[in-house]
Unconditional design. Structure first.
Length: 392
């Protein structure tokens, strides 16, 4: 059965097609700058990768070209061979704790939740409607970044602000990256050979979050009402003293919209270093003796250690820790900095094993009291699996 996992951004469409239940990737690709000038797409096959510049006025045209490419590359002969399309949705609020069929009710709720994730949820609805028009026979499902975190208890999801903000406006922690944390936890459980586990999963890429997962259930996560909470990220500040906001808004006459932009796009590693939002550039800056890059890396790592320590206490211990996403999978140095900072937990890094990128691997020694693993994340396969289970 052929299933498409798609992720629609406001000007992009990322896709991966699977043969299910074998979970074989048949083709993948990315449409970029949809609705803008210089739009293009890239297709990736087993032994081939090519890009084309082409006018992409909207997501519907992108889906039409996608279908043409599937036929041209002999992935499908007829449209009705595509049995399912699973969409990634950033914000599911407290409506969704699992993947559901993208019926009218679900789409209405996703649109309503656009107040919490304006760019993402609007784009997702555009994508759902475009896919329905172009591939009407496929079962469309929606998989939410927030769903896995719906098991978090009020003690961890409420903020100490006026309670009416919660009852009137649903102000609470929703988290994000849930599909990724769920995947990483399932891999850790497979590696540990049991499911009654206490896990800490670190999804650290340009966006970054840590989750505490007990017996497969999410107990807590570092992102909040929006993704700009918890860890320091590429351009997001994460946790800060909220009084800084009002103080600076007055000092420099900054509007709420501008402030939101500064905290989401000009802060984090970029804000501290003044060099870049990319860990690779920060590491290069450190090599060159750039003091602000040194500070940025120290702060970045410290925040991750703080959250791991907090979740260690929340769960009463930890059986395994995982590093995932762009930084977690690729930054040899950041993993070492984190593991060395956790020596109080009896964590002993295996420096040789840790010299790896993008592969599933144990990176602590046999003496380590807590094993740490690199787990490359795979949100698309989770979306495809959920869609397959509803479509089969
Ligand atoms: P993601 O959002 O998961 O795609 O992660 C993207 C981020 O991963 C980049 O902005 C970099 O900070 C980081 N990254 C990717 N490759 C490396 C690498 N080889 N070393 C350090 N950081 C990396």
């Amino acid at each position: 059965m052929k299933i498409l996992a798609v992720n629609c951004g406001s000007s992009s469409l990322k896709f991966k097609m699977y043969e299910m239940p074998e979970e074989k990737v048949l083709i993948s690709g990315l449409f970029e700058r949809i609705g803008e000038k210089m739009s293009s797409y890239t297709i990736k096959l087993d032994n081939d990768k090519y890009s084309k510049e082409i006018e992409l006025p909207d997501h519907k045209v992108a889906f039409e070209i996608l279908v043409d490419e599937l036929k041209k590359n002999k992935i499908i002969k007829k449209l009705d061979e595509i049995k399912g399309i699973g969409h990634r949705i950033v914000q599911g609020g407290d409506y969704f704790d699992k993947t559901v069929i993208a019926d009218d009710d679900a789409v209405t709720k996703i649109s309503e939740l656009a107040t919490l994730a304006p760019l993402h949820n609007k784009a997702a609805v555009t994508g759902i409607n475009a896919a329905k028009e172009v591939i009407p026979g496929a079962l469309e499902t929606v998989t939410f970044d927030t769903a896995f975190h719906q098991t978090i208890e009020p003690v961890n999801y409420m903020y100490a602000v006026p309670y009416e903000w919660y009852t009137k406006y649903k102000v609470r922690k929703y988290g994000a990256h849930g599909t990724s944390h769920k995947y990483i936890a399932s891999r850790l459980n497979a590696l540990l050979g049991r499911t009654n586990t206490k896990l800490i999963t670190c999804h650290i890429g340009s966006g970054a979050s840590v989750s505490a997962i007990k017996d497969g259930i999410c107990m807590d996560t570092s992102m909040g009402l929006t993704p700009n909470a918890g860890l320091i990220m590429g351009t997001r500040c994460g946790d800060v003293d909220t009084s800084i906001l009002t103080y600076m808004m007055q000092k420099e006459d900054i509007s709420p919209k501008e402030m939101d932009n500064i905290l989401n796009k000009k802060s984090g590693l970029l804000g501290i270093s003044g060099v870049s939002n990319d860990s690779r550039d920060i590491e290069e800056g450190i090599q060159k003796g750039n003091e602000r890059c040194v500070l940025a890396q120290k702060m970045y790592v410290q925040k991750i250690i703080d959250y791991i320590a907090m979740y260690y206490f929340e769960m009463g211990g930890v059986d395994a820790i995982a590093f995932s996403a762009g930084v977690g999978e690729n930054s040899i140095r950041t993993r070492i900095d984190i593991m060395e900072g956790l020596s109080v937990l009896g964590i002993v890094p295996d420096y040789e094993a840790n010299n790896c990128r993008g592969e599933e691997k144990l990176v602590t020694t046999t003496e380590s009291k807590v094993p740490c693993y690199v787990i490359p994340t795979d949100e698309e396969i989770m979306i495809a699996r959920d869609n397959y289970n509803l479509a089969k």
